[in-house]
Design a protein around this ligand. Structure first.
Ligand code: HEM
Length: 436
């Protein structure tokens, strides 16, 4: 290896250490969010800020000016925020000799230990990633989802029954809790084969981890707590495999995967499939209730459910920022020279509204002449495994909601709703509605 290359590698690893060192020194669960915000550069937080359903205008202005922009990190650290559609797609599509997702990029030196590794797919590179993803894929094929679809419909109808009961006589119902949370959480627990009794505990751990204002170490702790619970489930099912995904993987591939790996994989499915779909259902309900013409279209016309869901996925882009990527070699994207070791944050919500990609992306247009490509599910190697399951749930749930409750209305102005602040997965805390 040339001396230059060795020097560059040392430099890159130093930069990475300092960046991650900074992240990991951020306060833990009891921290004061204001002090954290003061330490973190505003540019890095921009993609997590919104006004109602929309990213803040400053994010769009940044994309306009510089679709790949340097994050002015303290201590001379190097990070990049990518907001342009083409530039984001280029990074997500790149091979792993260029950009890596591997958690190994974060281990050691800076206080992140190997045991903090959340496992799963998002922080893995091939061949490890390929092996794990192959175990999941059979559970998300069109055939597997068709078989699951009647049960999904039942779960939706049960949730709506409960909403109807609670809202009887004009009482206010929290649609976040009784519709948006109930449906994906039942679907995903059943798919995994996790006991109904553990549902609330997993819901709590899943929602809290995405919130950035409690500190990164807090999120890692919550992930480890969730994995610990799932590990117990896996250990039990290794003795007596259940009917869900965990039991099936153990029956068919039990010798190829250990308990820790399977718990991490299950945790990725649980959190990937829960918080995201919950947020979509709640925020999508707000979008429907704020626009009577959308409400009517989804109510009256079966063929509108699909374009509505697709536009909504893009418009809301609830996974605001993709997994961080680490440059493995020096590379130029969008005219900006990145160095080995640089950290890249793909702002999916900014990319999905890039006017260079298509016109009128700041609204929901269910009558586009052609379906529009978007990256709400990411792109490339790490594209969402559960995309079709999410679409199935959303395409069934919205028409069922508006048809069951044609007079559904917000019980508070949309602007006064409690939206989640600084969360990688954007969402609502509660959604008060009246059903009659
Ligand atoms: C509307 C709902 C959903 C949205 C918006 C969403 C979004 C995403 C995005 C953007 C990524 C890629 C991130 C990146 O490359 O940086 C991703 C990955 C992933 N999602 Fe989803 N997701 C949703 C539902 C689901 C469901 C239902 C499941 C499972 C049942 C799931 C499981 C996963 C997993 C396991 C990954 C990691 C894939 C990999 O790294 O190879 N997601 N999701």
């Amino acid at each position: 290896m040339s001396q230059l290359r060795v020097r560059r590698q040392k430099f890159a690893s130093k930069v990475r250490r300092r960046f991650l060192g900074l992240l990991m020194r951020l306060p833990g669960g009891h921290s004061d969010p204001a002090s954290l915000l003061a330490r973190f550069p505003e540019e890095a937080l921009l993609p997590l800020r919104r006004i109602g359903l929309d990213p803040v205008p400053a994010l769009g202005a940044l994309r306009e000016r510089e679709p790949v922009s340097k994050l002015k990190m303290p201590l001379g650290l190097r990070g990049w925020l990518v907001t342009g559609y083409d530039e984001t797609r280029e990074i997500l599509a790149a091979d792993t000799a260029t950009f890596s997702n591997d958690f190994g990029n974060m281990i050691g030196k800076v206080g992140i230990a190997a045991e903090d590794d959340p496992g799963g797919l998002g922080f893995a590179d091939p061949p490890h990633h390929t092996r794990l993803r192959k175990l999941l894929q059979p559970h998300f094929t069109v055939r597997a989802l068709e078989a699951r679809s009647p049960r999904v419909r039942e779960i939706i109808e049960d949730a709506l029954d409960e909403v109807g009961r609670l809202g009887d006589g004009g009482a206010i119902v929290d649609l976040q809790k009784h519709f948006a949370l109930t449906i994906p959480s039942r679907v995903i627990m059943e798919l995994l084969g996790v006991d109904e009794a553990d549902r609330e505990e997993f819901q709590r751990l899943s929602a809290a981890r995405f919130t950035f204002d409690a500190g990164v170490t807090n999120s890692l702790d919550l992930i480890q707590e969730s994995i610990g619970l799932l590990r117990k489930v896996v250990e039990q099912q290794r003795v007596s495999p259940g009917p869900g995904l965990i039991g099936q993987i153990l029956r068919e591939h039990g010798d190829d995967i250990d308990d820790v790996e399977l718990a991490g994989l299950a945790d990725g499915v649980l959190t990937g499939g829960l918080e995201t779909t919950v947020s979509m259902l709640a925020l999508g309900a707000v979008a429907l209730l704020e626009d009577p013409s959308l409400f009517r279209a989804v109510h009256d016309d079966d063929s509108k459910a699909e374009p509505f869901v697709e536009e909504l996925l893009r418009y809301l882009t609830v996974v605001q920022v993709g997994f961080p990527r680490f440059a493995v070699r020096d590379v130029t994207v969008g005219g900006k020279a990145m160095f080995e070791g640089d950290v890249i944050l793909p702002s999916l919500s900014a990319a999905n509204r890039d006017p260079r990609h298509a016109p009128n992306l700041d609204g929901i247009d269910i009558n586009r002449p052609e379906p529009l490509q978007h990256m709400a599910f990411g792109h490339g190697l790490h594209r969402c495994v559960g995309a079709e399951l999410a679409r199935l749930e959303l395409r069934m749930a919205y028409p069922a909601l508006v048809r069951r409750f044609p007079n559904l209305a917000l019980a508070a102005p949309a602007a006064s709703l409690r939206y989640r602040e600084l969360s990688f997965v954007y969402g609502l805390e509660e959604l008060p509605v009246r059903t009659v």
